[in-house]
Design a protein around this ligand. Sequence first.
Ligand SMILES: Nc1nc(=O)c2c([nH]1)NC[C@@H]1CN(c3ccc(C(=O)N[C@@H](CCC(=O)O)C(=O)O)cc3)C=[N+]21
Ligand SMILES: [Mg+2]
Length: 293
Amino acid sequence: MSARIIDGKAIAAGLRAEVAAGVARLKESHGITPGLAVVLVGEDPASAVYVRNKGRQTVEAGMASFEHRLDASTSQAALLDLVRRLNDDPAVNGILVQLPLPGHIDPAAVIDTIDPAKDVDGFHVVNAGRLATGLPALVPCTPVGCVILAKQVHPDLTGLEAVVVGRSNIVGKPVAQLLLAENCTVTIAHSRTRAVADVCRRADLLVAAVGRPEMIRGGWVKPGATVIDVGINRVAAGDGTARLVGDVAFDEARQVAGAITPVPGGVGPMTIACLLRNTLEATRRQHGLEAPG
Ligand SMILES: Nc1nc(=O)c2c([nH]1)NC[C@@H]1CN(c3ccc(C(=O)N[C@@H](CCC(=O)O)C(=O)O)cc3)C=[N+]21
Ligand SMILES: [Mg+2]
């Protein structure tokens, strides 16, 4: 058997087109152009690629893109000052501070300073709490992307056994919350989970978000299961170049799974598409406009 490959790149392109249409309507009816500010501290080359892709796709969606590149030695106080200025800038509707930050900066202090209404990453405790309690929220982009991809296979997720491997605040916990809201039976596995392969093998829907290259093997996957691979790991290829692999051993898992996301071309592009959608939604709310039904 060979699994259906879920084409995140194509699905993300469709979502970006919907966002672009929404942006065009907002401009036409209200003269409003959404603006997304991205802050990058330091020179991490992988981060620089994401920031460039985000900037390009933001402009392609008809939004304004504001990029702030700060030196790696920037103080926390200076970064917090910038975030407060962006909070106060009416042209900025969404703020993303690229993580990870240099070690001398406390990410929680930065996230806490972002206006929750502009927190398009959905990382602020107000948005995390709203998600957990079932209130409207800005929801983290990668988790939403995972759920959209899972729904390509299972339009109704109700009753599925979902296992999330990883418990980070940016993926594992929020994706578990979203799957719970979709009526899945959710298990969160992590580095201290006993018999993790057995736990994974229970899953109808397996979400891998551990950040460890190819940790999840073919034998961990229940036959016919849907596998969503959040990992984006750069590993050295035989010839010395870098190649991208997920948290799932793709060539093994595709023999067992019913459907699986590739890396690249799976969850990654969905993250950026959902970021643009959050920015549009945040802009509408900041202007007191209801999301159209
Ligand atoms: N505040 C914050 N929010 C984030 O959402 C955030 C962050 N910090 N820090 C870094 C991670 C990583 N991330 C990615 C987004 C898109 C791709 C993506 O589009 N990947 C493509 C191409 C990958 C490539 O070729 O390099 C793919 O998987 O097909 C990857 C990684 C967002 N992150
Ligand atoms: Mg991907």
